[in-house]
Design a binder for this molecule. Structure first.
Ligand SMILES: Cc1ncc(COP(=O)(O)O)c(C=O)c1O
Length: 397
């Protein structure tokens, strides 16, 4: 008896795997096979988690914090997150408005699921973090991609936002500082976008994952803290992964108006239960032992800033490349459109012949760019950018 293969679901067939993880995995496989590849693809700090955070987690594990925890997070951590929004932004948050999830990625997904129904439209400014359109599709909603290229500093303008809104629009996703561009919206720029969201009664998903990774005296703005109207419609996502070099811990935070926070917690109760209980005690130490945490963060920021300036200067010396100096996160997003190659081909040849791993801009909805992460060592950056320069020179011949 012959049977045809059982079909997979719409969700499984329509989801695109993360291209950033794919490039990083390919680079790591080449490295494991003995190839000397300079990796600019990974979106994670090359630092280890600060010791006091690890110690608190180990103590919790040894102390028996090994059972299920409350779905939205252990109470002291929710309290500490609420307190830090008051301290950082003057935003009054109740612990019941905080949901701790297994990573900021999951927090974003739950935020979308809690607000969007099938057929709703979600405005996603491009260049976007690769997961947003996929999350929107997994909720049955429709991503509306709006390109904001280097001519506007990779920032969506109020006119662009307004033009993309239809009666079906439910949510707009704003990410500042941005992955992949490092761009930071000013307070005034965000206030102008919020005005439009208020006018059209949209939810805002404010992905503030990189809020503490800022340079040149720049400040990240907490969108919910802009006004009462902003607060009433904004879901803030943040986390521990990037700021405290805790990517493998899988802890993200979501802060939202009470009905949304409750819905997010209920969704989480059916999807993942809770974040690993003892890991939450490590996150708690990151917020409570402020001096040690700040010292560790400062050390990372000094290194990131040095690398950012170096990489930016070297990229702009390469004929054919132009690159804005981003003020946040740990990415630069150079324009390589002058080479006349599709960015996917550029990256594939760069990896195969130049031995440099970079992610094509098209993975982020912006053809003609590269995303380079400078969360890697000074040596690799120096060697990698020299290789990139040689590769670009070979293309010009
Ligand atoms: C913009 C942005 N948001 C959210 C996340 C999710 O972070 P995590 O799930 O590792 O906490 C990332 C990670 O790459 C990111 O770049």
């Amino acid at each position: 008896m012959s049977s045809s293969p059982l079909p997979l679901s719409t969700w499984a067939l329509n989801v695109s795997p993360s291209p950033t993880l794919a490039v990083d995995a390919k680079a790591k496989a080449l490295q494991a096979a003995g190839d000397d590849v300079c990796g600019f693809a990974a979106g994670e700090p090359d630092f280890d988690t600060p010791q006091h955070i690890k110690d608190a987690c180990i103590a919790a594990l040894q102390g028996g914090k090994t059972k299920y925890a409350p779905t939205p997070g252990i109470e002291p951590l929710r309290v500490a997150v609420a307190e830090r929004y008051m301290a950082d932004y003057g935003l009054k948050v109740l612990p019941s408005q905080v949901v701790v999830s297994p990573g900021g990625k999951f927090s974003c997904y739950l935020g979308v699921l809690a607000t969007c129904s099938p057929g709703d439209e979600v405005i996603v400014p491009a260049p976007f973090w690769v997961s947003y359109p996929e999350m929107v599709k997994l909720a049955g909603a429709v991503p509306k991609l709006v390109l904001a290229d280097d001519r506007t500093g990779f920032k969506l303008t109020p006119a662009q936002l307004e033009a993309a809104i239809t009666p079906k629009t439910k949510l707009v996703i704003l990410n500042s500082p941005s992955n992949p561009t490092g761009a930071i919206y000013t307070r005034a720029e965000l206030a102008a976008l919020v005005d439009i969201a208020v006018k059209h009664n949209l939810y805002i998903l404010a992905d503030e994952m990189y809020e503490h990774l800022v340079y040149d005296g720049a400040h990240a703005t907490c969108i919910a803290a802009l006004s009462k109207e902003a607060e009433a419609r904004t879901i803030i996502v943040a986390g521990f992964s990037k700021t405290y070099a805790m990517t493998g811990w899988r802890i993200g935070t979501l802060v939202a108006p009470p009905p949304i926070a409750k819905a997010v917690s209920e969704l989480q109760s059916q999807m993942s239960s809770n974040v690993t209980t003892f890991a939450q005690y490590g996150a708690l130490a990151a917020l409570k032992e402020k001096e040690k945490t700040q010292a560790a963060l400062k050390e990372m920021l000094v290194a990131f800033d040095r690398r950012r300036k170096f990489l930016h200067a070297e990229l702009n010396k390469i004929p054919g490349i132009t690159c804005l100096l981003a003020e946040g996160a740990f990415y630069l997003f150079p324009n390589i459109s002058s080479f006349g190659l599709k960015d996917v081909d550029f990256c594939s040849r760069l990896l195969d012949t130049g031995k440099v791993a970079a992610v094509p801009g098209s993975a982020f909805g912006a053809e003609g760019y590269l995303r380079l992460s400078y969360a890697t060592s000074d040596e690799i950056i120096k060697k990698g950018v020299e290789r990139l320069a040689r590769f670009c020179a070979s293309l010009k011949k």
